[in-house]
Design a protein around this ligand. Structure first.
Ligand code: AMP
Length: 115
């Protein structure tokens, strides 16, 4: 068995996080190293390593995650000015925690392209 990821340990309550939303399918909490005034991670409770491990059965879950992202963005006051949602996939895509997660960033002007 491989070691649980840091996000699995947050889901299991083994390590603390600044949680902003939780339901039976997902969890959202502030990133420990924020890259914008609002930087929240939205993760499924199901252990899925990355986009590459998604299957068609996960489609309702992914739809739900985006509904939650929309709700959190509105709750955080980001809807009017806009925000960015990022999902890094694989080491070359910048992924460092191999538990699927979406970054919700906002509260400042976000440049494009990213580095
Ligand atoms: P990624 O590079 O896309 O895999 O993103 C992983 C994110 O997890 C980074 O933005 C980290 O700052 C964040 N992170 C790592 N450990 C924690 C933690 N214990 N609590 C909150 N965020 C974390």
């Amino acid at each position: 068995m491989s070691e649980p990821t840091i996000f699995k340990r947050i889901i299991d309550g083994e390590i603390p996080a600044n949680i902003v939303y939780e339901d039976d399918q997902c969890l959202a909490f502030h990133d420990v190293a924020p890259q914008a005034p609002v930087h929240i991670l939205v993760i499924p409770k199901k252990e899925i390593a990355s986009i590459e491990q998604l299957t068609p059965t996960d489609q309702p879950l992914i739809g739900h995650l985006f509904s939650v992202i929309q709700k959190i963005a509105r709750d955080q006051g980001l809807a009017d000015d806009g925000y960015r949602v990022i999902c890094n996939c694989g080491a070359g895509g910048g992924q460092t925690v191999f538990h699927l997660h979406y970054h919700l960033l906002g509260g400042r002007t976000l440049e494009w392209p990213p580095g």
